[in-house]
Design a protein around this ligand. Structure first.
Ligand SMILES: Cc1cc2nc3c(=O)[nH]c(=O)nc-3n(C[C@H](O)[C@H](O)[C@H](O)COP(=O)(O)O)c2cc1C
Length: 168
């Protein structure tokens, strides 16, 4: 494994990348920097934040590197269903893991800020209804809180599954 290459907007993917790179004792680079530091076809782990279902930066990275695993970071619920959906939508052939990152609206600009505002307006009332009926699991409660107040779900523990996969 040569490096962790990551694309982050508000910093959550960057934090996961930092934690993972440390565990694996490999360097970490955003794509522009990686170009000058590691060769084409290097073996990497790619991490990108999810924007409207797209894993930012994945397509370019897949053309340049041998990707051992893709880690997509979003604000949603972790699980196989979301991972399958992301694999299909992004044409990912490599193993894919989805991690819950976070939301900090004050760091979002322009179109991104607008999209989240609209999403918040539709989703918060729905999630609040479900919360009243005690129908929300931990990840969804986390997402509701994230949308309302912002939040950060990044913990080193969430990398456990990925570490197990990489040890195999
Ligand atoms: C414009 C926009 C669209 C987003 N779309 C999705 C999405 O489709 N699925 C998802 O799980 N998270 C989505 N998110 C949430 C981000 O992926 C989440 O906040 C993530 O932690 C951002 O990572 P970063 O802090 O490294 O930029 C979206 C966020 C923004 C700002």
């Amino acid at each position: 494994m040569d490096a962790v290459v990551y694309v982050s907007n508000a910093g959550h993917t960057g934090k996961y990348a930092e934690l993972l790179a440390k565990k694996l004792s490999v360097p970490l680079y955003p794509p522009d920097e990686a170009k000058g530091k590691i060769k084409k076809n290097s073996e990497i782990i790619f991490m990108g934040w999810v924007r409207k279902g797209k894993i930012t930066g994945y397509k370019k990275a897949a053309k340049r590197y041998r990707i051992k695993a893709v880690i997509a970071v979003g604000m949603g619920i972790e699980g196989e269903a979301v991972e399958e959906g992301l694999k299909i939508k992004n044409h990912v052939k490599e193993p894919l893991f989805y991690l819950q990152g976070g939301m900090n609206q004050s760091l979002l600009k322009g179109r991104d800020a607008m999209i989240i505002k609209q999403y918040k307006n539709t989703m918060v009332p729905r999630l609040e209804e479900a919360a009243k009926a005690m129908e929300l699991d931990e990840a969804k409660r986390n997402m509701l809180k994230m949308l309302k107040d912002g939040g950060n779900a990044v913990t080193v523990d969430r990398l456990q599954r990925i570490m197990e996969f990489l040890r195999k």
